[in-house]
Every structure is written in C-alpha cells, then in structure tokens.
Design a protein around this ligand. Structure first.
Ligand SMILES: [Zn+2]
Length: 263
C-alpha cells in the first residue's frame, strides 16, 4: 500500500516562541485552544519566499494548518489574525508581552495549557490597547497561578488557615501567601507586606477585571507589587524568569502617575 496523505488539521494559535532547527526550518512553540502548548516545525521559513515568514513571530495570534508528523507536526499554512502592533512599538508593552509569553512557556509542558489560551489572548488584546498595565500583568499572573494550581493564599494564613486582616499580614514567598501574627514565628523567611499592597493583590485576584483596572497605582506601590509577584512567579516555576528582570529594568513604574490607591 502507498503511504497515505498526512492527516491535516486547522487551529488558532498564539506563537509563544521559536528556535533554530535544521536547514531553513525553525521549531515554533505555539499555544492552541485544544492541544495547549506544542512544538511544531516550520519548514523553509528562513527562505526568502517562504509563505510562513512573518506569520510566526512570538506574540502573533494566527490561523494555522498543520500536518501530523511522526514526531512534531508540520505547519503547512499560517495566516496572521493579529500581531498586536501597538505592543510591538512600545518598549514597556513589548517587554511585558515577552514576559507574559515566557510565563506561559515556563508554567506549561507540551500538551498542557489549553485553558490558558483564552486568558492569554485577552491579555494580549488589553496590552495592545494600552490598558492599565499593572492590572493587566498582575491580573494575568494571578490567573495563571490559579489555572495551574498555584493560587496564592491572600486571605487566609498559609499555616493555620485563619482569615487574616490586611493590617496584620506577613508575607511568605515560599509558602505562597500570607502569614498571621500568631504563626509568623513558626514560618521561616517571612517579610512584611504593606496593607495597601495586599489589598490591591486581593482585588487583582478576585475582583472583575473592569473594576480592578480602575484602581490608581502609583510608582511606589507598583514597585512593591512587581517585587512580590515576580518573586512568586519565579518561586513557583522553580526556575528563573529572565524577562521579569528585564521588566524591572525597563521600569514602567516611572511612567505611572503619582497617586494613592484604594483605602
Ligand atoms: Zn496563622
């Protein structure tokens, strides 16, 4: 019997990353709504006339047609739906986009993460229209932790599970949440968390986005939020998140208005 034609399927995808492969091919890491994260091969993408070129850059939202391969599936057609151009043209938003993609990559393995597709797509759209960056990025971090089973405990003590008032809370990065006054001597490596920082994190975790995005964040507060969340994202991933450091360097906090937050 002759070899059968390869099985072909279509899917929407967000390109998470790419790397060099043999000859003019690249391996493209994509996130899809059905399969989740997977590596696929883009043959000939480095050739000048490749139809795939330009449609598979990291952060691109696209329609793909793939053929099932022996090891990796082969991308046969790619059509950009959105490249989120505004994000590409602003250093702060571009760095945030790179960070968000890296988070998805670090918190998934092949064949998982299909439930991150929609939240990621929504986040890339919000980033592109320049919405409140603090609410967009920290809201995404907290949702990612929730979906992947790492929901931080922002209302109950991680040690005794009692409800903790924001004024009396301590922070445990390793424990993944807050520690009450009674337990603080029992839990190693705790630090202080300011009440307003905890209040904003609670809002980002549990309020509807439209409401939490209305909170005014000043530069000092954003520095505290970023420090806590970057530390948490690295600790749970159990590896470095390089773009988190980059994000702190770009320091969008300086662009934020001076203002106070919810009391
Ligand atoms: Zn406790």
């Amino acid at each position: 019997m002759n070899a059968r034609a390869p099985r072909v399927y279509s899917t929407q995808a967000i390109v998470i990353g790419q790397r060099e492969f043999v000859e003019a091919a690249k391996i493209i890491t994509i996130l899809t709504p059905d399969i989740g994260k997977q590596d696929s091969v883009a043959k000939g993408i480095l050739k000048p006339k490749s139809r795939l070129a330009g449609h598979l850059e990291p952060g691109t939202y696209c329609d793909l047609e793939l053929a099932v391969g022996k090891n990796l599936d082969i991308i046969r057609e790619a059509q950009t739906i959105s490249r989120f151009r505004a994000s590409q043209q602003n250093l702060m938003r571009l760095t945030t986009l790179v960070y968000v993609l890296e988070l998805v990559d670090k918190y998934t393995v092949d064949g998982t993460g299909s439930d991150l597709f929609e939240p990621l797509l929504v986040t890339l759209k919000r980033l592109d229209i320049g919405e409140n960056l603090s609410a967009v990025v920290h809201g995404f971090e907290l949702m990612l932790l929730e979906i992947t089973g790492f929901r931080p405990s922002l209302n109950q003590c991680v040690n005794c599970l009692s409800d903790v008032n924001s004024v009396q809370a301590n922070w445990s990065q390793d424990g993944g949440g807050i520690v009450c006054g009674q337990c603080v001597s029992l839990v190693p490596n705790t630090s202080l968390i300011e009440p307003k920082v905890l209040k904003v994190l609670r809002a980002y975790q549990s309020w509807p986005y439209e409401e939490s995005a209305r909170i005014t964040i000043d530069s000092y507060l954003e520095a505290q939020l970023s420090k806590i969340m970057h530390g948490l994202m690295k600790a749970f991933a159990e590896r470095d998140i390089k773009s988190a450091d980059l994000l702190e360097e770009v320091s969008w906090r300086k662009e934020l208005p001076e203002g106070r937050v919810i009391s």
